[in-house]
Design a protein around this ligand. Sequence first.
Ligand SMILES: [Zn+2]
Length: 168
Amino acid sequence: MAPPARFCPQCGAALAQPDACAEPGCGWMAYRDPKLAVVVLVRDDQQRLLTIRRNHEPAMFEWSWPSGFVDAGERVEDAAAREVREETGVEAQIEQLLGVWSATGDPVVVIAYRASAVGGELRPGPEATAAAWTTIRRRPAPVFPHDEAILRADLETDLETDPSRTSD
Ligand SMILES: [Zn+2]
């Protein structure tokens, strides 16, 4: 991260605080942008969920779903498919937006998608120590704040599209 600015980039006045200029008539402010993350619930043709074992913080060594940050200029759905490919080797077709999750004070905004596996080969990438297909019943315990809500949204989507399907 860059060191805090000492002078206003707009008017050149010395800054009393690094993210706002108090000079009358200037009004410069540094905006801290939110960080966009994608989470992808990928199903195979047996309705199993694609899970990975993380090899980096946060939640090192915990099981989770493929996820990662969206690059600037990258289409969000493309970022979702890329994270799945990089972490698991699986080619995913992004099918549906499950929702957007955020929390006060947390710079990360999570966008969750539902996807289907359409190809590739299950093989953990450099950001995962393992990748596996798990049934809903044997799913890993949620590690991130929004995980349970994301999974619930996914299950509710199931019930809407096929009321006869149970949530196992
Ligand atoms: Zn200024």
